[in-house]
Write a protein that binds this ligand. Structure first.
Ligand code: FEO
Length: 411
């Protein structure tokens, strides 16, 4: 039987696991599923913190009924209107019609547009305003663009509990354990938190940094996000991980990505990788852009000091899977990277020119000017040029080694 899980004597976890959806937002792979978290505060007033994706509403309603234990709902706080947290709202409201909605001005604009919800007695809160529930008070902080314009978090000052909606969220269903101290696979959540951040939040990196600064003054003792584990043992760890991501901290690694149709560009990437190893680079990751999803590759690029992109030419342009990746990297406006590029063509060059356009547009990169553009397959001279480029990237990466070894994306 699905039941609510107590967090403390007044707070209950009502989250659900989605193990069926293959792609988050219908584009980002979910190999381990995802959880949609919601919470119930039972005080003089009963307050529901978010709902879930409507596909999981049956599980959720069972948990809510269990958590309320015969009681009714007084408030529903909508921290974020994206449908993974709000599409069950209309069903919940039909079952608990007395509950008043709590959100900010933009929340209600979005609720009207998505669900035609336009109540007269809705409770509109602004930045820093509070809602008293009895023994506890919720204070609201707007976190615009993390991840939507209406996004906000709330905080129980008395116990240092932050309801952070998407912030500090991660992909991955919760396999029995719902708290950080109940899982030994923290590294799994660290990787999935970073991938979630780079896929979903990274375009608004500056706003995410602003949100962290705003929350920095709070005495946070527990973080209840809308996806992934509840951070009650070491909330500082996930705060630090987020800080590293928002500040464009990088680790001393090099990510090589190649696009190859018949193996010639792959062979070039292998030569580059071997040369990096000869140069003493210990953390080298090599990806075939046609095999590994861009969701993972862009995350590895975000974390690595060195990025090397090599592509064959397709119809006088960049190989389409590489074009997709480069488009994502371009939108991310990342910083602090060393970039090496190489191209391959057989009759008309195109990949190299497109990679150069990308490189020129990156203001936060150190671009290596040795840029081999090779015809069909690498002859001895080409191989030497590839090695020369690899050595230049390795040298530039090693310049930052001392600083980068302090960066950790683990938990
Ligand atoms: Fe989990 Fe932006 O929704």
């Amino acid at each position: 039987m699905i039941s609510a899980i107590p967090i403390n004597d007044y707070l209950t976890y009502l989250g659900v696991n989605d193990r069926d959806t293959q792609l988050f937002e219908n584009q980002w792979p979910l190999p381990y599923g995802v959880s949609y978290n919601a919470f119930l505060i039972k005080d003089e007033k009963n307050c529901l913190m978010d709902t879930v994706k409507v596909t999981e509403v049956d599980q959720f309603l069972a948990c809510l009924k269990d958590g309320l234990d015969g009681g009714d709902l007084d408030y529903i706080v909508v921290h974020h209107v994206e449908p993974d947290h709000s599409s069950a709202l209309s069903i919940v409201r039909a079952l608990y019609p007395k509950a008043k909605l709590v959100g900010n001005k933009k929340t209600f604009e979005f609720l009207k547009n998505f669900y035609q919800i336009d109540d007269e007695d809705q409770i509109v809160v602004d930045d820093g305003e509070s809602l008293n529930l009895g023994k506890r008070t919720l204070t609201f902080y707007k976190t615009p663009m993390v991840h939507w314009p209406e996004s906000m978090v709330s905080f129980i000052e008395e116990d240092g509990i932050l309801f952070s909606q998407d912030i500090f969220g991660t992909y991955g269903a919760l396999d029995g354990a719902i708290f950080d101290d109940e899982v030994s696979r923290r590294s799994h959540y660290a990787e999935e938190t970073a991938r979630y951040y780079v896929n979903i939040v990274s375009k608004y990196n500056m706003m995410a940094g602003n949100a962290l600064k705003k929350l920095g003054g709070l005495d946070i003792r527990m973080i209840c996000p809308d996806h992934g584990p509840i951070w009650r043992e070491k909330p500082a760890d996930v705060l630090k991980l987020y800080q590293n991501l928002t500040e464009f901290k990088v680790e001393s690694s090099i990510t090589i990505v190649y696009g190859s149709m018949y193996g010639n560009t792959q062979a070039m990437a292998e030569i580059v990788a071997r040369e990096l190893a000869e140069e003493g680079i210990k953390d080298i990751k090599l990806f075939d852009v046609s095999k590994t999803d861009a969701s993972t590759i862009q995350t590895e690029c975000w974390k690595s000091r060195g990025i090397i992109l090599g592509s064959c030419t397709y119809d006088k342009k960049l190989f389409p899977p590489m074009k997709h990746l480069v488009g994502l990297l371009d939108e991310n406006k990342m910083k602090n990277h060393v970039l090496g590029i190489f191209g391959n063509y057989s009759w008309a060059s195109g990949a190299m020119e497109d990679l150069q356009k990308f490189a020129d547009a990156q203001k936060g990169y150190e671009v290596i000017d040795i840029q081999p553009n090779i015809k069909s397959s690498a002859n001895e001279e080409d191989q030497e040029a590839l090695k020369e480029m690899a050595r230049a990237v390795a040298k530039a990466v090693k310049k930052h080694e001392e600083e980068d070894t302090k960066t950790s994306f683990t938990l």
